[in-house]
Every structure is written in structure tokens, then in C-alpha cells.
Design a protein around this ligand. Structure first.
Ligand SMILES: Cc1ncc(COP(=O)(O)O)c(C=O)c1O
Length: 407
């Protein structure tokens, strides 16, 4: 494009001056992307092993997405929810066809999908049980979003600081600890909300045994089970939803966002049959929810991610990535543990190096590689689900180069 270096510096400067300081972006301005690669304004290329934060699931500018986007953009961008348009209706029908869900509520982000789930749980309890039954149990290390309700649901004090008083009615429980959970699951609990694999909490999977037991105990206690699959769902682990790795566990509500739009903003709350009438007329809504352009793209994404062949390919690539990382780690001894499932990987940095995830991320960036951190001592990989084995090998090589600065 012939864009000069000063262009990048100007935008960076303007960005730092204009933005609220809650993100602290690196001094890079991305200009274009293709597949697993991004290019900045100076023409430097980066291999993207974060896909946003698990958003660009089909890579950047996938041709099928571009086609659907252009086609819809040339016809219709928005109608209010007082009317129907075709893409959200088709998407809802497709999700219902492929999942446990019988009704869908569309919104624009993960936090909003969780807000809707919380409202459904409370309203269902309001309509069916005594007033005491309003508490929602969530788990230490969770992350459910940044709105005031979803931040209250998030059981990590660092996200609460300075925002009190927070909405009440949440009870926090230690991670994956069945005895503590049994104590927390009192008569007043209307719902349990958890990420089958905690994303921001360090790529920590709940055990299959725990999920099976939680389902059973929720049934006994007449509490709804809500899975936040915003990061771990949509094919990320090699199944459409991460909870499907636990045998015969069926949720009442699932929330999705991030990858659903392949890069466009969309979230959805999936409801089982017994909740189908809970969001009665006028009880909830979103101006942009079910936007036709986002849904036209999400239709392409959902069709691909729910195909058996695509999903088994993710499992194979996940195993390849894990094997390559394990081999690298056998040579370098940098990570204490490599965990996760499919293409959702967390690498816990060895204690002896300290909390240096941010520094490692920066060293990767200098090598032309984008990775994510998860907390202060875990490096997180959420590559595009379309990544090739060659790209995985390049990524491993770059991680190896970056780690040399720290061992
Ligand atoms: C598990 C989980 N839930 C909810 C959210 C919030 O999603 P959003 O940022 O789209 O509001 C996130 C975002 O990282 C997430 O990982």
C-alpha cells in the first residue's frame, strides 16, 4: 500500500491519546489479514496464534465469509426486532437443529449472552419456586464478562475492584471441588454457571466426573445448569461444545459469542425446552441482536464448525500441536504443564521463571508471532481452527526462538 512508517507511529500516538487506558495496546497497527497471518501498516507479517481472542475461527478474511458478508451487505443491514429478516431466522433454526436448544436469543457479545442467561435463570425461578431460590453458583477462576451482572458472576476479585456495590445473589465456589460444591448447592440455588474449560482462568478444564456430578446434583436440587461456552465452545476443543466431552451431560442453557461471528460481533443464549417461554413479551431485548449481516456470516461459520469432518480435523490438529509443543518443551524445559483440548492450549510457565507470561508474549511478538496470556504465568494458544500443519510448525519454531531469551 506504500504506507510509511510515520503513518503507523501517528496512529499509535493518536490511539494512546484518544482511548481510555483500559487496554494498553502494543505499538502495532494491523492493516490486513489472510488466514492465520496479519500484516501491520509497515508491512510486517505476524503469525496469529490467538485469532483475536478465539474469535477469527476461520482465520482472517475466509473467502466464504467474505462472500456472505458482501452479499448481505449489498442488501440489508438492519431491521428492528419488531420484524423478521432471513439470516437470524436461518441461524436460529440451524442451531436448534444441531444442538439441545429449542429457543435462541441473539445479542452482540459474550457478556450480554451471560446477562440473558442470568435473567432467564432468575425469571424461571421467580415463576416456579419460592422467593428464596435466586442464588447463582459460579466458580473461582471464572470469567463471564464485564457488564455489572456478568462481572458479579465472575469469581475473581481483581475484576470486582472499585465497582461495588455489585448485584447480589452470586455464590462463589472453589474450582472442581465436589465437596465444596455440595455445600454451596443449597435450596436457595436457582442455577449453576460454569465454563467447562476456564479460558481467562488459565485454560483449566473441569473434570468429566465433576461435570457429570454437577448435572446430577442440579437435577436433584431443581437448579438450572448453564455452560458458558463463549471461549471453549464453537468447535474450539474438537466438539461443537466443550461440555460434550463429558458423557451424557446436557445443559439447560449455553452461551456462545466470540467465534460464532468469525470476527463480527454476535452472541447467543441457547435455551432448552423447559425455558422456551421464560423470556416473555417485553421481558428482554437488544436493538442490534440478530443483526442480519452478523448472522449471515455466523451462518457460514456455524455450518462449518458443526460438521463432523471439520471437528475431527480440529482434534487431529490439536494433537499435532500438543505433540510439537511437548517435544519443544522436552528440549527447553520451560513449561511446567501443557494442558487444554483441541486447539485451546494453555502452557504453564515453570515456577522458577516467575510470572513472566507478558514478557514471553512480547518476545514472541518480536519474532513475528502473536500468542495470548492467561493470567500472569500461562501462555495461551487459540489459533484459527483452519490453521495448517505447516503453520503450526512455523509457530513452534518461533516460540522456540522467543523462549531462548528467557531460559
Ligand atoms: C468464557 C467467557 N465468557 C464471557 C466472556 C465475555 O465476552 P465478551 O467480551 O464478548 O463480552 C469472555 C471473554 O473473554 C469469555 O472468555
Amino acid at each position: 500500500m506504500g504506507l510509511s512508517e510515520s503513518n503507523q507511529a501517528t496512529i499509535v500516538d493518536l490511539g494512546h491519546k484518544s482511548y481510555t487506558p483500559n487496554y494498553k495496546p502494543r505499538d502495532i497497527v494491523f492493516h490486513s489479514g489472510r488466514g492465520s497471518y496479519l500484516r501491520d501498516l509497515d508491512g510486517n507479517e505476524y503469525l496469529d496464534l490467538g485469532s483475536g481472542i478465539g474469535v477469527n475461527c476461520l482465520g482472517h478474511r475466509h473467502p466464504d465469509i467474505v462472500e456472505a458478508l458482501n452479499e448481505q451487505a449489498s442488501r440489508l443491514w438492519h431491521t428492528s426486532n419488531i420484524y423478521f429478516s432471513e439470516p437470524p431466522v436461518r441461524l436460529a433454526a440451524e442451531i436448534i437443529d444441531k444442538t439441545f436448544a429449542e429457543k435462541i436469543f441473539f445479542c452482540n457479545s459474550g457478556a450480554e449472552a451471560n446477562e440473558a442467561a442470568i435473567k432467564v435463570a432468575r425469571k424461571f425461578a421467580h415463576e416456579n419456586y419460592a422467593p428464596i431460590k435466586r442464588v447463582i453458583v459460579t466458580f473461582e477462576g471464572s470469567f463471564h464478562g464485564r457488564t455489572i451482572g456478568s462481572v458479579a458472576a465472575t469469581a475473581q476479585p481483581k475484576y470486582h475492584e472499585g465497582f461495588g456495590p455489585l448485584p447480589g445473589g452470586f455464590r462463589y465456589c472453589p474450582f472442581n471441588d465436589l465437596n465444596s460444591f455440595k455445600e454451596a448447592l443449597k435450596e436457595d440455588v436457582c442455577a449453576v454457571l460454569l465454563e467447562p474449560i476456564q479460558g481467562e482462568g488459565g485454560i483449566r478444564p473441569f473434570s468429566e466426573e465433576f461435570l457429570i456430578e454437577v448435572r446430577k446434583l442440579c437435577d436433584e436440587n431443581e437448579s438450572l445448569l448453564i455452560f458458558d461456552e463463549i471461549q471453549c465452545g464453537m468447535g474450539r476443543t474438537g466438539k461443537l461444545f466443550a461440555y460434550e466431552w463429558a458423557q451424557d451431560v446436557e445443559p439447560d442453557i449455553v452461551t456462545i459469542a466470540k467465534a460464532l461471528g468469525g470476527g463480527l460481533p454476535i452472541g447467543a443464549t441457547l435455551l432448552s425446552g423447559k425455558l422456551q417461554n421464560t423470556l416473555s413479551l417485553g421481558s428482554h431485548g437488544s436493538t442490534f441482536g440478530g443483526n442480519p449481516v452478523c448472522c449471515a456470516v455466523a451462518n457460514v461459520v456455524f455450518k462449518k464448525l458443526s460438521s463432523t469432518e471439520f471437528l475431527s480435523n480440529i482434534c487431529a490438529k490439536g494433537e499435532y500441536l500438543r505433540a510439537q509443543l511437548t517435544e519443544l518443551n522436552e528440549r527447553m524445559g520451560f513449561f511446567e504443564e501443557i494442558r487444554g483440548k483441541g486447539l485451546m492450549i494453555g502452557m504453564q510457565i515453570h515456577k522458577k521463571y516467575g510470572d513472566i507470561a507478558a514478557q514471553v508474549m512480547h518476545s514472541c511478538l518480536l519474532e513475528g508471532l502473536l500468542v495470548l496470556q492467561s493470567g500472569s504465568n500461562v501462555i495461551r494458544l487459540l489459533p484459527a481452527l483452519t490453521i495448517s500443519e505447516d503453520e503450526i510448525r512455523s509457530g513452534i519454531e518461533l516460540i522456540g526462538k522467543a523462549l531462548k531469551k528467557h531460559v
